[in-house]
Design a protein around this ligand. Structure first.
Ligand SMILES: CC(C)(COP(=O)(O)OP(=O)(O)OC[C@H]1O[C@@H](n2cnc3c(N)ncnc32)[C@H](O)[C@@H]1OP(=O)(O)O)[C@@H](O)C(=O)NCCC(=O)NCCS
Length: 173
């Protein structure tokens, strides 16, 4: 079983768009996502087209594809990027039948390395919904440090919710 994590190509972003648009209301609730805030499929693709055309220093987001034996199983993204400083990560295995098999931790570890290298980060944050056990456990196991639990609107797709902030720093301090 071989895990590969690589930058997603523009022609592959449909995986992300379909994932959110085809998720059940219950799954979106667990993610803290407000379905009324999802961009339409065409508009969302155009947003990625614009962003993929930017130099890395000015990207608003970055997407990584997670593959097992060459088959896509999930993805990670970052947003709120401050190039050379910090970004906020997201993590998703698309098919629920492939969750809880250790792939999440393996893919997060590889994703962290890519984000730090490509975006020259000092720190990488992740703020999952505080009640969503899977990412909270996964982040801790992948080496993220707990920062705090607080209420916020973590991103443009989200509703106001309690989140757990985790951080990964490449160098101590
Ligand atoms: C979050 C996610 C990527 C983690 O990937 P995964 O492959 O399921 O996680 P792993 O199998 O590597 O498990 C990592 C740890 O989390 C634990 N874990 C994972 N899912 C869990 C769950 N639903 N309940 C309890 N523990 C869980 C595992 O037991 C493991 O800990 P352990 O080894 O100490 O027992 C995946 O579960 C997922 O896509 N979930 C739906 C999307 C989501 O919630 N994304 C977060 C948005 S920020």
């Amino acid at each position: 079983m071989s895990v590969t994590v690589r930058e997603m190509l523009l022609e592959e972003v449909g995986l992300v768009i379909d994932y959110f648009h085809e998720s059940s209301a219950e799954h979106l609730e667990l993610l803290g996502v407000d379905p009324t805030r999802l961009p339409g499929r065409v508009q969302w693709r155009q947003l990625y087209e614009t962003d993929f055309g930017q130099p890395i220093e000015r990207r608003r987001s970055m997407l990584l594809l997670w593959e097992i034996d060459g088959r896509p199983i999930g993805f990670s993204s970052v947003d709120k990027i401050v190039y050379g400083k910090e970004a906020y990560m997201h993590l998703h295995i698309v098919d629920s039948g492939q969750r809880q098999s250790g792939y999440g931790v393996a893919c997060v570890r590889e994703s962290v390395d890519i984000y730090f290298d490509r975006l020259r980060l000092e720190r990488l944050y992740c703020e999952p919904n505080a009640f969503n056990v899977a990412p909270n456990r996964t982040l801790q196991k992948a080496g993220f440090q707990y920062v705090k639990t607080h209420r916020t609107v973590p991103g443009p797709l989200n509703f106001h919710q309690p989140v757990t902030r985790w951080v990964y720093k490449r160098f101590a301090g």
